[in-house]
Write a protein that binds this ligand. Structure first.
Ligand SMILES: Cc1cc2nc3c(=O)[nH]c(=O)nc-3n(C[C@H](O)[C@H](O)[C@H](O)COP(=O)(O)O)c2cc1C
Length: 383
C-alpha cells in the first residue's frame, strides 16, 4: 500500500489518499472518528483541541460500508478555517507582509525551513510542520486498525512517563489493563501517578514551559514472520522505527529492552525458546521482533517525545528580518501532547503492520488475504 497526505494546519482541510487497500473490508467511519477524538484528548492539550472535533469525510473507495479496492480518499475539515480564510488564502490579492512571523522557535522546523525553502514568513513552514498533520496519519492508520481487527490483531498505547515521572511498572497486563488506560486522561495506569503528573503539567503551564515523555505501543496477536531478514528495507523493526521517528517530536525509538539490553549480558537479554505443541518464549526482551521479523510475541516499542517547542515564556531567538535578539514567536499550543502522541503512534504502527500483513498474505480482497493467512496458520500449527 501507499498513502499521500496534504494539508496545512490552518488550511481548509487535511486530505489523504490510500492506494492498495484491499476490497471488501468493512469500515465503520465512526470508529475512525473515535481514533481522531482519542488523538485530541489528554491533559495538557491547548485551546485548539476545544475548537476541533475531527471527523473524516470519505470521498471515494468505500460503498455501503465496504472498501472497493479502489483508492480511498478522505478529508478532515479544519473547523477554524473561517477565521483563517484570509491569512491562509491561496490567492495573491490577500497577501499581507505585515502578518509575517519572523521569530523562529528553537526546536521547531521554523529556521531550517525558511532557509531551505527561501521563505520570509515562518507561517509558510510551521503550517505543514505542525502536528495537525498527524490527524490524517491517524485516520489512515485507523482504516488499517479495522483491517487488522479481522485477524484479531490489537494495537494499544500507554504513557510510560511524563517529565520524568514514571507510571508504575506493570509486569503482567491484566484483562482490564487497556480499559484502565483508556479511562485515564493521561493514559497512565496508576491514579496517584496521574495526579503527580497533572501537577507537573499545571506547574509547567504556569511557568510558560512544556513537557515531554515516553509512550509505549503494544501490538498483539501477530503471526510469526511479518517483515524479513533478507533485505534492509524489509526489516520490520527498521520500518517501524522509520515511521515512528517521522512523527513530530519523536526523538528516540526503542524496541523491547532496547537501550537497556546494551548494558546487560546476552544470557539475560535473549528470550529462550520452548516447545509445547508450539514454539513459545517465557520472556519478551526482544519486544516481539528478531531478525527483522515478528516472532509471535507481543511487539513492544517505546518512543521518546520531546517537550513541545512553543513556549509561552519564549526562548531566545533572532529576528530573521532585523537579525536582532528577540523572543521566539508564540502560537496557540499544547503544554504536553505525550498521551496524544501515543494514540497517533498506535495508528502509525497499524499502517506499518497492515502493509506488511498484506505483503505477506497478499490478495486484492480481504477474502483472498484471509485464505492465505489461514493456510499459513495451518502450516505453522503443524510445526
Ligand atoms: C500530538 C502532537 C502535538 C503537538 N503539538 C504541538 C504544539 O501544540 N505546539 C508545538 O510547538 N509543537 C507541537 N508538537 C511538536 C511539533 O510539531 C514538533 O516538535 C515540530 O514539528 C518539530 O519537529 P521535530 O520535533 O520532529 O524535530 C506536537 C507534536 C505532537 C506529536
Amino acid at each position: 500500500m501507499k498513502f499521500l497526505n496534504a494539508g496545512e494546519s490552518h488550511g481548509k482541510c487535511l486530505t489523504a489518499i490510500i492506494e492498495g487497500f484491499p476490497s471488501n473490508v468493512e469500515i465503520d467511519v465512526q470508529k475512525i472518528n473515535k481514533e481522531l477524538s482519542r488523538r485530541q484528548v489528554g491533559y495538557g492539550r491547548g485551546k485548539r483541541m476545544e475548537i476541533e472535533k475531527d471527523k473524516i469525510e470519505v470521498t471515494s473507495g468505500i460503498r455501503f460500508g465496504k472498501t472497493l479496492g479502489s483508492p480511498i480518499a478522505f478529508t478532515i475539515k479544519n473547523k477554524d478555517w473561517e477565521n483563517w480564510k484570509i491569512p491562509m488564502s491561496s490567492e495573491n490579492i490577500y497577501h499581507d507582509e505585515s502578518i509575517n512571523i519572523t521569530q523562529p522557535r528553537p526546536g521547531h522546523a521554523d529556521l531550517s525551513g525558511i532557509i531551505k525553502y527561501r521563505q520570509n514568513d515562518i507561517r509558510n513552514i510551521l503550517e505543514r510542520a505542525s502536528a495537525r498533520e498527524t490527524a490524517s496519519r491517524t485516520a489512515v492508520g485507523a482504516f488499517c486498525k479495522q483491517f487488522l481487527g479481522n485477524f484479531k490483531i490489537e494495537i494499544h498505547s500507554r504513557v510510560v512517563n511524563i517529565g520524568g515521572i514514571k507510571d508504575v511498572d506493570i509486569a503482567e497486563k491484566g484483562t482490564n489493563f487497556w480499559d484502565k488506560i483508556e479511562e485515564s486522561d493521561l493514559r497512565v495506569y496508576d491514579k496517584d501517578k496521574e495526579e503527580e503528573i497533572k501537577k507537573i503539567i499545571d506547574e509547567a503551564k504556569k511557568d510558560g514551559d512544556t513537557l515531554g515523555g515516553v509512550v509505549e505501543i503494544s501490538i498483539s496477536n501477530l503471526p510469526v514472520g511479518l517483515g524479513s531478514h533478507t533485505f534492509y528495507d524489509r526489516k520490520l523493526d527498521g520500518l517501524l522505527a522509520q515511521q515512528f521517528m517521522a512523527m513530530q517530536a519523536v526523538k528516540g525509538v526503542e524496541i523491547g529492552d532496547g537501550f537497556k539490553s546494551a548494558d546487560t549480558k546476552g544470557s539475560k537479554v535473549h528470550d529462550e525458546i520452548y516447545y509445547d505443541n508450539k514454539y513459545y518464549r517465557r520472556t519478551n526482551h526482544a519486544g516481539g521482533i528478531e531478525g527483522g521479523m515478528t516472532n509471535g510475541e507481543e511487539i513492544i516499542i517505546k518512543a521518546a517525545i520531546k517537550p513541545i517547542p512553543t513556549l509561552m515564556k519564549p526562548l531566545n531567538t533572532v529576528d530573521i528580518e532585523t537579525k536582532e535578539k528577540k523572543e521566539a514567536s508564540k502560537e496557540r499550543s499544547d503544554v504536553c501532547a505525550v498521551p496524544a502522541a501515543g494514540v497517533v503512534l498506535e495508528n502509525i504502527a497499524a499502517w506499518v503492520v497492515a502493509d506488511e500483513f498484506i505483503r505477506k498474505f497478499s490478495g486484492d480482497s480481504i477474502e483472498e488475504i484471509n485464505e492465505n493467512f489461514s493456510n499459513y496458520l495451518s502450516y505453522v500449527e503443524k510445526l
